[in-house]
Design a protein around this ligand. Structure first.
Ligand code: SF4
Ligand code: SF4
Length: 331
């Protein structure tokens, strides 16, 4: 599922760039953490405790770093990136610095209006990823933002009306939302949106409350089977690869032993311009001093960014990318 701003003839160009980056051992995907501040209050992440005056030290521009890495994929994340009032300027400077790229914004959605989404799209955002772990008030409670869930759905209608065609939910699979996964997929499909799943870990701040332990294994297996069955019937709504989804139960059971390749295909650059191999590791050096990462024996998470980087490329992956959900009424 790609933004309609991209045409089939872009695919070989992206594949060429991918090959060029891999040959040069450069990251394919660069995440710019434009701020670590956040106005949500999630129990599994401490970014919201970042002091407000941290903004004084945040880089005004990431364009030099973007030019240096020349990545194929760029993601703006945080913290909550929409807290940056100058986000449009940051995005358009990177847009001018890198010629061929696909650009995603990750947000909790609490401040995303159709107007702001339009100005960010005009600045260079191709895809909006909005966190959504439950369809009901549990999501508001988990994020500490009253009315968030209904606000997200309302704003998505406005975004769609403005022609914003690539919106995805980022859904974390937890112990208490296994019953929500298919309903979220159905809702996304009705709205013409996608869903990208990841799996809960305590690696952010040690909060193990939502880990999928042995009592959840059978329900998890069943939920993953339903997602894979859905994907076989309909491509383009669930945007994870089949291989990633298939491996989630293995990771949960401690059966994944392959070293983590984070930092090889993907890196994170923090608000000060320092590089880390993944969101949950400390920074290692300034981006100007970047040195290629080696695989590491860490199994603390199975985030989609880790699992997808290690997933084998199958034909079904191409069909996932080319598939496009159409809005429809819920059955
Ligand atoms: S998980 Fe996201 S929304 Fe929640 S506190 Fe952390 S940065 Fe904010
Ligand atoms: S498994 Fe990889 S991505 Fe996850 S915390 Fe460890 S190093 Fe980071």
């Amino acid at each position: 599922m790609l933004s309609s701003r991209f045409k089939p003839w872009h695919v070989p160009l992206f594949l060429s760039k991918y090959g060029w980056l891999v040959l040069r051992k450069r990251p394919v995907l660069v995440h710019f953490e434009v701020t670590l501040r956040c106005n949500a209050k999630c129990g599994f992440c401490d970014y919201w405790k970042t002091p407000a005056d941290a903004r004084k030290h945040e880089l005004k521009s990431f364009a030099d770093a973007a030019r240096h890495f020349n990545p194929m994929l760029v993601t703006y994340t945080g913290g909550e990136p929409l807290l940056r009032r100058d986000l449009e300027e940051i995005v358009s400077a990177v847009d001018a610095a890198v010629r061929l790229k696909y650009v995603t914004l990750i947000t909790h959605g609490g401040m995303l209006t159709p107007e702001r989404a339009s100005s960010l799209r005009d600045a260079g955002i191709h895809q909006f990823n909005i966190s959504l772990d439950y369809l009901d008030g549990r999501h508001d409670t988990a994020r500490g933002i009253a009315g968030l869930t209904q606000r997200i759905f309302h704003q998505i209608e406005g975004m769609r009306a403005r022609g914003i065609d690539n919106i995805r939910f980022n859904t974390v699979i937890k112990d208490d939302n296994l019953d929500q996964l298919m309903p979220i997929v159905e809702r996304a499909s009705a709205l013409g949106c996608g869903v990208n799943f990841s799996v809960y870990t305590n690696s952010k701040n040690g909060n193990a409350d939502h880990m999928l332990n042995a009592p959840h294994h059978a329900a998890l297996d069943d939920a993953i089977k339903q997602l894979l069955d859905y994907k076989r019937r309909r491509r383009g709504v669930i945007t994870n690869s089949d291989a990633y989804l298939e491996q989630i139960p293995q990771w949960v059971r401690g059966e994944i032993t392959e070293p983590c390749k984070s930092g090889q295909r993907t890196i994170h650059i923090d608000p000060l311009g320092h590089v880390k191999r993944c969101p949950d590791f400390p920074t290692d050096f300034h981006w100007r001093d970047f040195r290629a990462y080696e695989p590491i024996n860490c199994n603390a998470c199975f985030y989609a960014c880790r699992g997808e980087a290690q997933a084998p490329l199958r034909l079904s992956r191409v069909r996932d990318v080319m598939g496009r959900p159409q809005p429809h009424a819920l059955a």
